[in-house]
Design a protein around this ligand. Sequence first.
Ligand code: GDP
Length: 434
Amino acid sequence: SNIVAIVGRPNVGKSTLFNRLLERREAIVDSTAGVTRDRHYGKSDWNGVDFTVIDTGGYDVGTEDIFEEEIRKQVQLAIDEATSIIFMVNVEEGLTDTDHEIYNLLRKANKPLYLVVNKVDSAKEELPATEFYQLGIEKYYTLSSATGSGTGDLLDDVVNDFPTTDYKDPFEGLPKITIAGRPNVGKSTLTNALLDVERNIVTDIAGTTRDSIQTLYNKFGHEFVLVDTAGMRKKNKVSEDLEFYSVMRSIRSIEFSDVVIIMVDATLGWESQDMNIFGLAQKNRKGIVIVVNKWDLVEKDTNTTRDFEAAIKSKIGQFTDIPILFVSALTKQRILKAVEVAMEVYNDRAKKIKTSKLNEVMLPVFEALPPPAIKGKYVKIKYCVQLPTPSPQFVFFCNLPQYVKEPYKRFTENQLRKHFGFTGVPIEVYFRQK
Ligand code: GDP
């Protein structure tokens, strides 16, 4: 998918634009329970075109002294990862040395670059804005943080300039699995271990989505495509320290996959970044398998596994019907089990329940335990169907859908899981007027 990065020195107003773009759509990770980090990336759309926005200033410390370190990293991030770059400056402070430095880095990137002059809130600020022509650009865009005007013109051009892809997925219809997780958790080790298992039949197709590699795996009766990024097997050392990179990689490979193996470091436990990845996978309605790696390093007694599992489940909240496996990518212990479980989750996600069967099972459940009446009015659920969507979504037709509250929706979801088994798969339930 296309990625638009917003770059600029601290306090020019990057996050204002970012938030405005995201208001149009919910942030990817924002409302997921347990996510405490600020949001720095999310989805937006313009004229019906979807894109991901990153606010590279998410890690702003707030001073310009950090230029050498942080801003340079942000700029590098934008250059490496983004489809288009919005370079934001600010009419109040005018053109600064830092702006010059950033621009010099950016213009070498050979990517669509949009200079955006922020805080042009009145006609009398239009004139000072012209000083930005000193950068040697042909055109700039003005934004008013006060009124929000200008965003439309900018986005028209940004979206219009997105590269057109005539990419045809060579593995269409095959299960796509990605391994996501923090840096150094063991993703590369597992990827290589799996591919080592059968080196001969591995097929690499590079440059599918930018930098992402699909590798066909076919062994022990399992055929699937391992989706990873170029960076995973051939590491970009410069960027390893920047959490952003792993986040961006995760976003891209998660969007491209059916099942996400979330890899957790057994020696560190479940941390906030794991939660973010989990939130991403869940919001994108992907199948999820949690793989606790480096299990060889853990001193074990009888309850270790159970306790570890319980600790993760307590963090991930309601949707806990997720397989958790304990592996060692290094010693290859249980890595084939991880593949098998991922395939099971894939099949569960693709599963379609026949309408007759669904009604036969669910209607008596509702009959026995209907939604609580509100003001003497009873909800009667009459009919249900599963939608033909890639991940399971169910619609329940009833007389008073507005009376069906969150706890009952959760109850319905749990009943679906209980009767039909959707392990590791996010389920949506909707109540609609008949
Ligand atoms: P990535 O950044 O997630 O791709 O992580 P790597 O695969 O590069 O692994 C990071 C480090 O952890 C390397 O030194 C690996 O050898 C080590 N490592 C990976 N998996 C295991 C494991 O299961 N057990 C142990 N003891 N070390 C591991």
